[in-house]
Design a protein around this ligand. Structure first.
Ligand code: PLP
Length: 399
């Protein structure tokens, strides 16, 4: 009864899911304030008050049949127009409403774009470490995800490895900056380097390599870090955006896909992606949230909790002897396993009721991921546990 693809999925136990279930067990046993759960990228700061105000305004002021009805599968034209104006202003480019497709979050945007461009056997590249759902999304359409090496210390892309990975089957490259799980941001110079390799390979193979810039963490940056606008540097780049993290609305499932004109065949890709949105069963992005966004998209959640958590972890963990990769954005941090065994390190932390994700699942063995989108007290109260585990490794001469 069950398809081969889904049979295979049943066989794979999601590490994040397993950690979540372990968290439930520990919370039931010790109480939730004694469990320090850094396993999930679920924002813990509320949506900005403007979002809830906009929700009320939409209900009070807009016609119900319109708010809750079907619309063009690309989304409400007036909402897309408003977003096109904002993005044009922010990116200092000129975009139109008919280049945007409203989507059921970034996940749907990625899926409909991959459905639009992939034939079975086509290859999609992404850099390590990566958001592990990419593999599932690519395989949904018969594609093959190939992971490209990054510098082992900085997790920044290795251009020679990229050059070597591109072949005639390469159809797309998914970029994710600020990155989940490393928190690194790709600089303009680095993006120019990637673009030079892509252009060289496009000439060699006579095809277009579509860049898919997945940016759900675009505004979530620290210390004034800048996230370059990818299509300015890469003419064949589409942008995927989501309000899951910036407006703390992951369950509401709202985001967009932007297809700039500089992508070859962009109009046909756009029309096909709108059809893919429909026939994938999304039909259109949630109508109510589109109406809300028109009023509230210029706001974002209060990121100061994440900034304080990050500052505390960056101060305390290295002082205990741990090695970490300093994140510039998102709300994740990679912490090196003292003996290189991420599963054993995560298990040791779990003895202190600290839940993390071993990064083998993100193609980054030897590290665990901390999602610090948690209450400040969770970070403060977890520090003693981190200290105890550091002491354990130090006794063994591993730290
Ligand atoms: N891309 C990355 C890198 C993510 O981290 C996530 C969610 O965590 C997504 C895409 C999916 O986001 P959405 O909730 O908008 O579907």
């Amino acid at each position: 009864m069950i398809s081969r693809q889904m049979q295979a999925m049943l066989g794979q136990n999601s590490v994040i899911r397993a950690m979540f279930e372990e968290g439930e067990r520990l919370r039931a046993e010790y109480g939730s304030d004694k469990v320090y759960d850094f396993s999930l990228g679920n924002p813990n700061v509320p949506a900005p008050p403007r979002v809830e105000q906009a929700m009320r305004e939409v209900i009070d002021e807009e016609p119900s049949v319109m708010v809750h009805g079907y619309m063009n599968n690309a989304g409400f034209p007036d909402v897309r127009k408003e977003l096109a104006l904002t993005v044009s202003w922010q990116a200092e480019e000129r975009y139109r409403a008919d280049q945007f497709i409203m989507t059921t979050g970034a996940a749907a945007a990625l899926n409909i774009l991959l459905k639009t461009v992939l034939n079975p056997g086509d290859e999609v590249l992404s850099f390590k470490p990566y958001f592990s759902e990419y593999k599932n999304y690519v395989e949904n359409y018969g594609g093959v995800l190939k992971l490209v090496a990054t510098d082992p210390e900085t997790f920044l892309p290795d251009l020679d490895a990229l050059r070597a990975a591109i072949g005639e089957k390469t159809r797309a490259l998914i970029l994710n900056s600020p990155n989940n799980p490393s928190g690194v941001i790709y600089s303009e110079e680095l993006l120019r380097g990637i673009q030079a390799v892509l252009a060289e390979k496009e000439r060699e193979f006579g095809n277009c390599i579509l860049v898919i810039s997945d940016e759900p963490y675009r505004e979530l940056v620290y210390d004034g870090a800048k996230v370059p606008w990818v299509p300015k540097i890469m003419p064949h780049a589409a942008v995927v955006y989501s309000y899951s993290k910036t407006l703390s609305l992951p369950g509401e499932r709202i985001g967009w896909l932007l297809l700039p004109d500089s992508i070859p065949e962009s109009r046909d890709i756009y029309r096909a992606a709108v059809i893919a949105n429909r026939i994938s069963g999304f039909v259109n992005a949630p109508s109510y949230m589109q109406r809300v966004l028109k009023r509230a998209h210029l706001f974002h959640s209060d990121f100061s909790v994440y900034a304080r958590n990050r500052a505390l972890l960056l101060k305390e963990l290295p002082a205990m002897g741990y090695h970490l990769v300093k994140p510039e954005g998102a709300f994740y941090l990679l912490l090196k396993a003292p003996n290189g065994d991420d599963a054993a390190f995560a298990a040791k932390l779990k003895e202190e009721r600290i839940l993390t994700v071993p990064c083998t699942s993100f193609a980054c063995p030897g590290y665990v991921r901390l999602a610090y989108c948690v209450a400040e007290t969770t970070v403060q109260n977890a520090l003693q546990g981190f200290r105890n585990v550091a002491g354990y490794y130090r006794e063994q001469g591993l730290l």
